[in-house]
Design a binder for this molecule. Structure first.
Ligand SMILES: [Zn+2]
Length: 280
């Protein structure tokens, strides 16, 4: 799977997700500036991200929003020095912690055996950046608490915090001009706690996302969704959550789910229900 630049409109492009764990990266352009959504996983990923920039861009304001702290979204930031980088305040301590760590094979192996890191991340990171001796982890320049607006001239980007099981520094980005919603990894479970979802965080997240008018939905690790696909994906996830909540056991949830065909999530529906119901 290769990274491909998808041109949604003249002022909205997405560099598509790809192996080993590269997320979708957004590029939103206004009259006076542009903004990237996420910094990518490495310098080489960042080089591809830059190809989305329309020339000439010297006089434009340049922004970059990090959706959350995980390496696959943040390790490219060092390559975007000219951008005003923005993230939720909870991201800062996570990246400082990342900076304090050794990223050698040995150190990664130890963190995996100590349960501090998961094998999937070790495997993807070592593929993406085989030589990590000069790994530079940058801290974003601006952080916010509840929400922040980025002014691109003729369009504004609304960046808001909403708690998610996946991370507690989760930023979602909305361009009303483009009716485009970047949800990052919001809709994924807590990968550091057995892929758990909690009803307490999940339902308010879905409720908030459903208030936006969306014709392009960018989930970091899925193909970009358009038009009626956007609501169909979120509704599928919501339905699994509601069935899990009313079932109380995986067996009961499976009995309900077997009767349903859930767009975009059908092959994972039992696994997702299990993520809601598993006991820690
Ligand atoms: Zn993530």
């Amino acid at each position: 799977m290769k990274n491909t630049i998808l041109t949604i409109t003249d002022s909205l492009k997405i560099l598509s997700h790809s192996e080993p764990d590269r997320p979708n990266i957004g590029y939103v352009k206004g009259r006076d500036g542009f903004c990237f959504i996420d910094a990518g996983s490495s310098e080489s990923h960042a080089d591809l991200i830059r190809q989305m920039i329309d020339e000439p861009s010297q006089d434009m304001d340049k922004y970059l929003v990090l959706t959350h702290w995980h390496w696959d979204h943040t390790f490219g930031l060092h390559s975007f020095n000219e951008c005003i980088s923005i993230a939720h305040e909870n991201l800062i301590s996570k990246l400082k912690w990342y900076k304090s760590l050794s990223w050698s094979d040995e150190a990664l192996a130890k963190r995996v055996s100590d349960g501090e890191e998961i094998p999937f991340i070790r495997d993807c990171l070592t593929k993406e950046i085989p030589d990590r001796t000069n790994l530079q982890i940058d801290i974003p320049k601006i952080h916010y608490k509840n929400e922040i607006t980025i002014n691109l001239g003729n369009k504004q980007l609304e960046v808001f915090f909403i708690d998610s099981d996946h991370s507690d520094d989760n930023s979602v980005v909305y361009s009303s001009e483009d009716r485009c919603l970047f949800v990052g990894d919001s809709l994924y479970p807590d990968i550091y706690h057995k892929d758990r979802y909690t009803f307490k965080k999940f339902f308010p997240l879905i409720e908030k996302l459903k208030t936006y008018k969306v014709s392009t939905l960018v989930d970091s690790h899925k193909d970009v969704l358009r038009n009626e696909q956007c609501a169909a994906y979120i509704d599928s996830l919501l339905e699994i959550g509601l069935i899990a909540e009313s079932s109380g056991s995986l067996e009961q949830a499976k009995n309900q789910l077997i009767k349903k065909t859930l767009p975009f999530l059908d092959e994972w529906k039992y696994e997702i229900a299990d993520n809601f119901l598993k006991k820690m």
